[in-house]
Design a protein around this ligand. Structure first.
Ligand SMILES: O=P(O)(O)O[C@@H]1[C@@H](OP(=O)(O)O)[C@H](OP(=O)(O)O)[C@H](O)[C@H](OP(=O)(O)O)[C@H]1OP(=O)(O)O
Ligand SMILES: Nc1ncnc2c1ncn2[C@@H]1O[C@H](COP(=O)(O)OP(=O)(O)OP(=O)(O)O)[C@@H](O)[C@H]1O
Length: 491
């Protein structure tokens, strides 16, 4: 990329999250990822540069090690002409969802990350002429904590995502509770994975997006977004899955196309041979948590049918879901066990503030930082060193709980070689595919108190909601029995 000759007209809005905004090049397979800040909280150029560089270092030295070379794309920090950034910011403003406009794109530093556009296959320099379908999934936390520090019994039964749904709907973030449960997706059991993916397709929230040739065709910006339309989605997908057009239109067709998509995505998610070292992370002593979340509609319906034994096939080692889950499980103590250790580090830093650098709280995220993460002991010897290791592991685990997986699918021509990319078959077509992971920015040390408070809020709200639901069910049953008494009385 010639940073001297940048033209804002060659770039278009691609997407954004809470902390960064991404623009994509119209022809080349690259994106620029800019940081966002709340208005009036501008940062010095040097600080932005350091922050972006630390994202790259963390990706290279930690996440590539854990997740595997092929899944992680670290990109590089680039310096752009300020005029280009300002014009670009004006150009894309109208495309930004309102709910994200509480933060502004950083137009002052001139720094951004340049990354491959993962919504297209990883050819990096030039867009392929083949059509490309890309599915982005933000799977969230895939396990239930088994830590003995957990004080709310509910946390041993229901996963955080399912509990959090209730609070999100109550606060108006989303309109309705999703049937998606991360434990179903991470189960490795095909039936449960199909259910999880179908649930994401029904209620995408910010956990699912679909791009066609780099353009967003399916996804939900916020609670005001219109209801999802499967027929429209199927219309986009049909040429990929039924290239010879041998399928009538209508609801039956939409279902068939969606089924194909779900099957292909499941196969891709279960594939993979990239041996990241996460598979070498041997979990500490404690017992593993339950593999089923009591709030998942899939497991509930099986229980109602009396089929209590949920098959837990497990994920194949080497697939990205498995590697991600292992990293998530670096959160061995749960926030309830971690928070007192964070307080220990804090007290130490209050006394010896000059030690912050030596403790590598804000980096550098180098080989030494990575090596310390491999110590999985849970035996607290009362030292600051122990507390610090657990705090850093927690931050890495939280990062893996919030990352996204990008699956890019490109139809293979009949009998054509796929440039050595892996291929996944569908009923009527085949796809060359690539799997990548994005948003691997290490969660800040400062967010730990927020995590602690939020955890309490989520569990308390959920417990209250469940109690209210139970009370309503009891009162409905009581009402039924009263009606029944009346009838008996008459007779
Ligand atoms: O706490 P959670 O689980 O709600 O996750 C936050 C995400 O909300 P979600 O529940 O996925 O809708 C949240 O996503 P949205 O902004 O809601 O799309 C962010 O990813 C946030 O990360 P950060 O603070 O920007 O680094 C995420 O915060 P972290 O907890 O990962 O720091
Ligand atoms: N390399 C990439 N290629 C293609 N699309 C990307 C890439 N990086 C990010 N995106 C898109 O931009 C969106 C926002 O990026 P990202 O998730 O990194 O933002 P964020 O603000 O860090 O997220 P969060 O809300 O989790 O803090 C993603 O959901 C994805 O659709």
């Amino acid at each position: 990329m010639d940073q001297g000759k940048m033209d804002e007209n060659e770039w278009g809005y691609h997407g954004e999250g809470n902390k960064s905004l991404v623009v994509a090049h119209a022809q080349r397979c690259v994106v620029l990822r800019f940081l966002k800040f709340p208005p009036n909280r501008k940062k010095a150029s040097e600080e932005v540069f350091q922050h972006l560089q630390s994202i790259v270092d963390f990706g290279k030295n930690v996440m590539k090690e854990f997740l595997g070379e092929n899944y992680v794309h670290c990109g590089e920090v680039v310096q752009l002409p300020l005029d280009f950034v300002k014009q670009l910011c004006l150009k894309i403003q109208s495309e930004r969802p309102e709910s994200r406009c509480d933060k502004d794109l950083d137009t002052l530093s001139g720094y951004a990350l340049c990354l491959p556009n993962l919504a297209r296959l990883q050819t990096y320099h030039f867009a392929e002429h083949r059509p490309i379908l890309c599915v982005e999934i933000k799977p969230k936390c895939g396990f239930i904590p088994s830590s003995s520090a957990v004080t709310h019994e509910m946390k041993h039964k229901v996963c955080r995502y399912c509990m959090h749904q209730h609070l999100k709907v109550a606060t108006g973030k989303w309109k309705q509770i999703s049937k998606y449960c991360p434990l179903d997706l991470y189960s490795g059991n095909k039936q449960r994975m199909y259910f999880a993916l179908k649930s994401l397709l029904q209620e995408a929230q910010n956990n699912l997006k679909i791009f066609k040739n780099g353009e967003l065709i399916y996804g939900c910006k916020d609670a005001r977004s219109p209801a999802v339309d499967w027929r429209e989605l199927a219309h986009h997908l049909k040429p990929f899955f039924y290239p010879s057009n041998g399928l009538a239109s209508g609801p039956h067709c939409a279902r068939a196309v969606i089924r194909e998509l779900v099957r292909v995505i499941t196969r891709v998610l279960l594939s993979g041979s990239d041996k990241g070292r996460a598979s070498a992370l041997k979990l500490g002593p404690g017992s593993p948590g339950p593999c089923v979340c009591e709030a998942s509609p899939f497991s509930r319906s099986l229980r109602h049918q009396g089929k209590s034994s949920l098959e837990h096939s497990g994920l194949p080692k080497g697939c990205l879901l498995y590697q991600t889950l292992q990293v998530q499980m670096l959160d061995l103590l749960d926030i309830e066990g971690l928070y007192p250790l964070y307080r220990r580090v804090e007290r130490y830093l209050e006394e010896f503030p000059e030690q912050r650098k030596a403790l590598q709280i804000d980096g550098p995220y180098d080989e030494a930082f990575y090596q310390k993460l491999l110590d999985l002991s849970t035996e607290d010897d009362g030292t600051v060193a122990f507390a610090l290791t657990k705090v850093q592991q927690y931050r890495v685990a939280m990062t893996a709980k919030d990352c996204s997986i990008m699956i890019a699918l490109s139809p293979c021509l009949q009998d054509a070689s796929s440039d050595q990319r892996p291929v996944v078959p569908a009923s009527r077509s085949r796809f060359a595919f690539s799997v990548s992971v994005l948003d691997l920015d290490l969660k800040p040390y400062e967010s730990i108190p927020h995590q602690y408070r939020l955890d309490g809020k989520i569990v308390n709200y959920y417990s209250k909601a469940v109690r209210a639901k139970d009370a309503a069910a009891v009162s409905a049953r009581f009402k039924e029995s009263e009606d029944c008494t009346l009838v008996l009385h008459k007779v």
